[in-house]
Ligand binder design. Structure first.
Ligand code: URA
Length: 485
């Protein structure tokens, strides 16, 4: 491309290697040269040819204004997926959106009913779906190759996702040497490097071997006979993948055995059920005695894996009482509620709202830490309805003793414990209502949820709401009358 680029009447042909990075480069140049979507014809090169024609990938744009084209980051991320879609119109669509985003419609992606945006979202979804399917349905078969074991899998993706998924398989199978063969593109990992080669016919993929048995055992183990829904199974594992999956051979047998296995599961569940009862706190106004009894509670099996029970704490004449979910890792070791990362955020929120933590009573719906091991870490597990029901009498005993004017439920577990299973944090938060336990009861975010927010903007927004909820709680504590219990 030489000299000044004037907007031309005839469509410009832009050739580029059919991958997102190459398209991005030429698209940027097209934008810089003010080429409207209708004046471009996108022409894919063979993936191993260099990009040529009017926008060479390495060319500096001539007379292009030095403009930074700003588009939402989410667009770039989604566009990189849409670029893997099989649809031949994807480049045209991407440039159309890019043009509109940079020509007066910066919020275009929020208009989900827009036809371009709609198509864009559908294409992204289809690619994501296929990425997921490839991860789930690739089955390696071991072969001997030059004296070493090589694992080879055959897969037929609907979209161009081999490169996109290569990193996933490398991370999973870093120590193996493997190849994934597809009709269009193959990827090979030799334990150190990737190589990508052209597609091959299925006849080049190895057939049956001992790995099959392994997969069948694995599938047999994860198959849940109580959840047999053949329609859903077919949706999750579409028939077109079946022919390459060793485990599908055993599905008929598994289905046949399902009733007997369900019965066995029920028997085991009954045995687990017997580990649960409902706590029976002593009838006392003496908080110390209550705490002592609470710490010795064995009404559910959670005590077995916990270091200790974590009872509530705070002045017994507190006007405000806060209820969280259950102690976390730090609380389990330290023996006090909300002293870990969530506790620090809670302290910050309370302080910003003008509430003195030492003047409120803080407790949890469940008093033992529920967790499961992952490596050396103890990973939090949300308490289920039986855990909550078993522990509930302790919370009720605390509520009877404190009689708070204002009760704050932090997050979903506390909210459903106090208001029942219909309570929803996002829908119900920030509203003062009467409950069985306090004249003014409110639901707000759990500080851990703020820590887990998907991005900074959401986290900041939710934190501001959290503080304003706490402020409202403080205001209400000044006006509320005492609970009559
Ligand atoms: N999360 C809770 O719900 N409670 C705690 O005490 C700590 C973290």
């Amino acid at each position: 491309m030489n000299g000044t680029v004037a907007r031309k009447q005839q469509p410009e042909q832009i050739t580029f290697a059919p991958n997102f990075a190459a398209w991005q480069k030429v698209a940027r140049r097209a934008l810089a040269n003010d080429l409207a979507p209708e004046s471009i014809v996108w022409e894919e090169l063979g993936s191993d040819q260099p990009a040529l024609a009017i926008f060479n990938e390495h060319e500096t744009p001539v007379n292009a204004p030095d403009t930074r084209f700003r588009v939402p980051r989410s667009f770039v991320k989604s566009a990189s997926l849409v670029a893997c879609h099989r649809g031949s119109n994807r480049w045209t669509l991407l440039y159309h959106l890019l043009w509109r985003l940079t020509h007066g419609e910066p919020h275009l992606l929020e208009i989900v009913v827009d036809a371009d945006v709609h198509d864009f979202m559908l294409m992204e979804k289809a690619v994501r779906h296929e990425v997921h399917k490839m991860r789930a349905f690739v089955r390696f078969r071991a072969i001997e190759h030059d004296g070493v074991t090589w694992h080879v899998a055959w897969f037929e993706p609907e979209h161009h996702i081999v490169e996109l998924n290569a990193g996933f398989f490398r991370d999973r199978f870093a120590n193996m040497r493997w190849s994934i063969l597809t009709p269009e593109r193959c990827v090979h990992w030799d334990g150190r490097h990737f190589t990508f080669t052209a597609g091959v016919p299925k006849s080049e993929a190895p057939r049956q071997d001992a790995m099959e048995a392994l997969w069948r055992t694995y599938y047999g183990n994860i198959f849940n006979p109580a959840r047999v829904k053949t329609k859903a199974m077919r949706k999750e594992m579409p028939k077109r993948y079946w022919k390459n999956l060793p485990e599908t051979e055993i599905i008929p047998t598994l289905l046949e055995e399902a009733p007997a296995r369900v019965e066995k599961m029920f028997r085991e569940n009954d045995a687990r059920e017997s580990e649960y009862s409902i706590a029976q706190p002593p009838l006392t106004d003496d908080w110390e005695k209550l705490r002592e009894a609470g710490c010795a509670c064995r009404a559910c099996p959670l005590w077995k894996n916990a270091t200790q029970a974590v009872f509530g704490e705070g002045p017994l004449d507190s006007e405000i009482m806060l209820v969280g979910e259950q102690p976390g890792d730090v609380e389990d070791r330290g023996g006090r509620a909300f002293i870990g990362p969530a506790g620090q955020l809670l302290d910050q929120g309370l302080s910003e709202a003008g509430i003195d933590r030492t003047k409120v009573y803080i407790t949890n719906a469940v008093k033992h830490f529920k967790w499961e091991p992952r490596g050396k870490r103890r990973i939090h597990q949300t308490p289920n309805s039986r855990d909550i029901a078993a522990c509930r009498p302790w919370l009720e005993a605390e509520l009877r003793l404190i009689k708070p004017r204002v009760l704050i439920c932090l997050g979903s577990t506390a909210a459903t414990t106090i208001f029942g299973t219909g309570a929803r944090v996002l829908r119900d938060r920030g509203q003062m209502r009467e409950s069985k336990f306090a004249p003014k009861t409110m639901i707000t975010f759990h500080p851990s949820a703020l820590l887990r927010a998907p991005n900074e903007a959401t986290s900041a927004k939710q934190y501001a709401l959290f503080v304003s909820d706490l402020r409202l709680a403080l205001e209400s504590s000044k006006t509320a009358t005492q609970a009559c219990d």
